[in-house]
Every structure is written in structure tokens, then in C-alpha cells.
Design a protein around this ligand. Structure first.
Ligand code: SF4
Ligand code: SF4
Length: 61
């Protein structure tokens, strides 16, 4: 698999949990209800970014 590097900023998460449900890598976890990314698992497939209803996840290179 092609390796990607980057970062997913979390700004304005409303704790709905939708992103956690779609991540195929189980790379999302929560700290005090706010989403964090485990970069040892994330493949930057962008699915979490696509489903977030609040546009709280932002991919940054
Ligand atoms: S989908 Fe968006 S608002 Fe919902 S928990 Fe994930 S980052 Fe937060
Ligand atoms: S980009 Fe893909 S692999 Fe990474 S946290 Fe989001 S859904 Fe999971």
C-alpha cells in the first residue's frame, strides 16, 4: 500500500461518533469524547473526513 503522511486536525468535534463507526482501521479513539487519530493505524483513506457532519476533521499534509 502506498504510504501517506499527514495529519488530521480535529476542530469543532461535536462528539457524534460517526467517524469512529466508519474507520476501517480502528484508528479513531476518543479522549474526553473528542476524537483523536492513532497514526500508527491510519492509512489516510479519508472516510472519516467524508462522513463527519460538522466538517470537524481536516486533512493536512
Ligand atoms: S464525525 Fe465529526 S463531529 Fe462526529 S465524532 Fe467524528 S469528528 Fe466529531
Ligand atoms: S483517514 Fe481513514 S484510516 Fe485514517 S482515521 Fe480516518 S477513516 Fe480511519
Amino acid at each position: 500500500m502506498e504510504e501517506k503522511n499527514g495529519h488530521i486536525a480535529v476542530i469543532g468535534c461535536r462528539k457524534c461518533g460517526k467517524c469512529n463507526n466508519v474507520c476501517p482501521q480502528g484508528a479513531l479513539y476518543k479522549v474526553d469524547g473528542i476524537v483523536r487519530v492513532d497514526y500508527s493505524r491510519c492509512t489516510f483513506c479519508m472516510e472519516c473526513i467524508r462522513v463527519c457532519p460538522n466538517k470537524a476533521l481536516i486533512y493536512m499534509e
